[in-house]
Design a protein around this ligand. Structure first.
Ligand code: AMP
Ligand code: MG
Length: 402
C-alpha cells in the first residue's frame, strides 16, 4: 500500500498541461485563467461622487450646522455619464448625482440629506471634510495593475472585474475531457429498473458533477456489466477522452475485473492500493498518455478519492494554482480514535467562530453513507500514524465548499 502523499506525487508527476484557448466573457465562469490580467484603464476613470448631493468647497461650509445653515448658489447640475464644463467657484454648489464626475474646483460632496433647497440656492446644514463622498480615480483599479493572476478559477466577481476593465474575451485553460464509467451488474441508469437488488448509478452522476466543479468536462459513458468483454468495450470508447475515471470493480471480489480489463488495453499500472479510508482500492495507471483512475465503488469512497487524486490531476492539466481542496486548521470538539494505519477522511462539520475553526466529525461515518458526506462541509484528516486525537487538539480539515 502506498501513502496518500506518495500516491498524489506519483500521479502529479505524470500529468501535463493540456493547452490554452480563448473564450468570450460569457463562457468564462468556472474556467481556469491562463493569463495574468493587466488593466488598461483606471476604475473609476475619474474622481466621482459616491452620493446624490452637492459638490462644493469644504472651506465654504466649515461653519455650517443644523442651526447655522450656509447659503450657496446652485450653479450647475451634473448627471452620471456627463461632465460639467464649468469650474466651481467659491460660494457655489453644483448638484451632482452618484457616479457623476466631480467638477473642477470642488473638493467634496455633501449629501442631499444635509441640505435644503431654497429657490436657486441651497442651504447646507452640515460641514464637510475635503474629499468627503468622493471616489477617487483608480481607487478600485489602476492602469497597469495586475488584477488577476493566471491559475485562478473564475468566479462571478472575476467576470465582473473583467468587464470593469473592458475585457470581452480571455485566455483560459482547455478543459480536459473526462470519461466517467460506472461498473456493476447491480447498477442501473436513472430511467432503468431499480427494483430488487439493483441500485441507481449515483457515482456516475456525482463524479460528473465533481469533474464539472473542478473545471473540466465530463463525458458520461453509462454502465459496464461485470464482464471483461463489456468493460473493455466501454474503456475503448473512453480512449477518446483525455482522462478515464471508472468506479467500482477495482477491489478483490470475484467480479472485480476493472484492472484485468485495463491491463488488456495496455494500461501501465502505477499503484493499486492507497493507505486511506474510505477508499483503499484505487488503481492509477496510464493507457498511452491518458491517466486512468479506477475509483472504488462505494459512493463515499468514490467521492473522497476523487477529491484527493482526480481533482488535483485535472487541475494540474489546467494549470490551476490550487490543486486540492483548501485546507484549514481546526480545533477538534471531541476525542476520536482509530486502529488502522491509514489516513481517515471523516465527514465533518467545520464551524468558524471569531476567526478560529472548530470541527466535529459526523455521527455516522462509512463508505456507503453518502448522506453524512452530503451534509458535511469538511473532511477531517485523521493522520495515518495517529490512533487517538484528543478533544481540543488541532487537526487539518479539507473544505468541501468552494
Ligand atoms: P465494488 O467496488 O464494485 O465492489 O462496489 C462497492 C460498492 O459500491 C457496492 O455496494 C456497489 O453496489 C456500490 N457501487 C458501485 N458502483 C456504484 C455506482 N455507480 N453507484 C452507486 N453505488 C455503486
Ligand atoms: Mg462492483
Amino acid at each position: 500500500m502506498i501513502t496518500v502523499e506518495d500516491a498524489l506525487a506519483s500521479i502529479l508527476a505524470k500529468i501535463k498541461f493540456k493547452g490554452i484557448e480563448r473564450v468570450s466573457l460569457e463562457q468564462a465562469l468556472g474556467r481556469i485563467l491562463a493569463e495574468d490580467v493587466v488593466s488598461g484603464r483606471n476604475n473609476p476613470p475619474l474622481d466621482n461622487s459616491a452620493m446624490d448631493g452637492y459638490a462644493l468647497i469644504a472651506e465654504d461650509v466649515k461653519s455650517a450646522g443644523p442651526d447655522n445653515s450656509v447659503r450657496l448658489k446652485m450653479a450647475d447640475s451634473i448627471a452620471a455619464g456627463y461632465e460639467s464644463d464649468r469650474t466651481l467657484q467659491r460660494g457655489e454648489a453644483f448638484r451632482i448625482m452618484t457616479g457623476a464626475p466631480v467638477p473642477q474646483g470642488a473638493d467634496c460632496v455633501i449629501m442631499q440629506e444635509d441640505t435644503e433647497k431654497d429657490g436657486d440656492d441651497i442651504l447646507c446644514l452640515d460641514r464637510a471634510e475635503v474629499g468627503e463622498n468622493i471616489r477617487l480615480a483608480g481607487e478600485d483599479v489602476k492602469v497597469g495593475e495586475t488584477v488577476m493572476e493566471k491559475g485562478i478559477q473564475l468566479l462571478p466577481s472575476h467576470i465582473g472585474m473583467l468587464a470593469v476593465i473592458g475585457r470581452s474575451s480571455i485566455a483560459v485553460a482547455q478543459k480536459p475531457t473526462v470519461a466517467v464509467l460506472s461498473t456493476g451488474d447491480e447498477i442501473v441508469d436513472l430511467d432503468g429498473d431499480a427494483t430488487g437488488p439493483r441500485i441507481y448509478n449515483s457515482n456516475g452522476y456525482m463524479l460528473s458533477a465533481q469533474i464539472k466543479a473542478a473545471g473540466a468536462d465530463p463525458v458520461y459513458l453509462g454502465i459496464a456489466q461485470d464482464t471483461e468483454e463489456d468493460l473493455m468495450k466501454h474503456f475503448e470508447w473512453a480512449l477518446n477522452c483525455d482522462v478515464l475515471v471508472s468506479s467500482g470493480g477495482v477491489s478483490v471480489g470475484d467480479y472485480d475485473l476493472v484492472k484485468a480489463s485495463l491491463d488488456k488495453l495496455g494500461n501501465e499500472m502505477s499503484f493499486w492500493k492507497v493507505a486511506m479510508k474510505p477508499g483503499k482500492p484505487l488503481a492509477f495507471g496510464r493507457i498511452g498518455p491518458r491517466p486512468v483512475f479506477g475509483l472504488p465503488g462505494n459512493p463515499v469512497s468514490s467521492f473522497v478519492s476523487f477529491e484527493q487524486f482526480v481533482r488535483p490531476a485535472l487541475r494540474k492539466m489546467m494549470g490551476a494554482n490550487q490543486l486540492g481542496l483548501k485546507q484549514v486548521q481546526a480545533r477538534l470538539t471531541e476525542t476520536i480514535t482509530k486502529r488502522t494505519k491509514r489516513v481517515h477522511f471523516m465527514s465533518a462539520e467545520l464551524v468558524s467562530d471569531n476567526g478560529e475553526y472548530s470541527v466535529s466529525p459526523a455521527r455516522v461515518q462509512g463508505s456507503g453513507v453518502l448522506k453524512s458526506a452530503m451534509n458535511a462541509n469538511g473532511l477531517l484528516v485523521f493522520p495515518l500514524d495517529r490512533e487517538e486525537i484528543k478533544s481540543g487538539e488541532i487537526v487539518s480539515v479539507q473544505m468541501l465548499e468552494a
